[in-house]
Write a protein of this length. Structure first.
Length: 221
């Protein structure tokens, strides 16, 4: 009788132990989900999309694994708990990396806007020097239309920058910068074709020959 009681107590203790080991690590799940939300708020999907997608995929796999363990009599969440620790750390890193990348893109937008404005200013000066023959006039009119479109793109990029949409602003101003530089190269080529390079300086005239020596005075008689 005593042995049966001891065996019963041991069985109860074993069930209690297995139950304690088989609890869903809900606190870790909640913490990891919160970190993923923070990364999303930091626009990780925009600035570090590959890394953010990896975090999301990892969490999906964890959720699936949790459901599998819930369906078992003897649950084992230890490996899932370890995966949650790793995913939490990764989500926190992704949020930090996204913030850093956003600042990097912001500065690149600022630099590119400054650069394209400088090119456009030079293009305006080159337009005045460009050949205006029959064909040249038509080309210049087309360039004026393109330059107006570039100016509009720069303004749009500035508006996106002001809203904090830095990646969209960068894509917009990069395209404008490429077009502006293309016009710049075309104008310079046209001007050089007509006017050519500056003529080389003429060689210096040869030095004058030294004057003949003065005649000797006549001898006295």
């Amino acid at each position: 009788m005593k042995n049966k009681v001891l065996m019963g107590l041991a069985a109860i203790a074993m069930v209690a132990f297995l139950s304690s080991c088989g609890k869903v690590p809900q606190e870790k799940i909640d913490a990891t989900n919160a970190a993923i939300t923070a990364a999303q708020t930091a626009e990780a999907a925009v600035y570090v999309p590959t890394a953010f997608a990896a975090v999301q995929d990892s969490m999906k796999a964890i959720n699936a694994a949790v459901e599998v363990q819930k369906s078992k009599l003897f649950k084992k969440f230890g490996p899932i708990s370890l995966k949650l620790d790793a995913t939490l750390a990764l989500a926190q890193k992704v949020a930090t990396d996204a913030a850093a990348k956003k600042e990097e893109v912001k500065k690149e937008v600022e630099a590119t806007i400054t650069a394209v404005k400088s090119v456009m200013e030079e293009n305006g000066t080159l337009m005045k020097k460009a050949p205006r023959g029959k064909e040249g006039a038509a080309v210049l009119e087309a360039m004026k239309t393109d330059m107006a479109a570039i100016e509009a793109s720069i303004a749009e990029a500035q508006g996106l920058y002001d809203k904090g949409t830095y990646m969209d602003a960068l894509n917009k101003v990069k395209a404008a910068n490429d077009k502006a530089n293309g016009i710049n190269a075309e104008l310079k080529a046209a001007i050089e074709k007509v006017h050519g390079k500056a003529p080389a300086a003429k060689p210096a005239a040869p030095a004058a020959k030294p004057a003949a020596p003065a005649a000797k005075p006549a001898a006295k008689k």
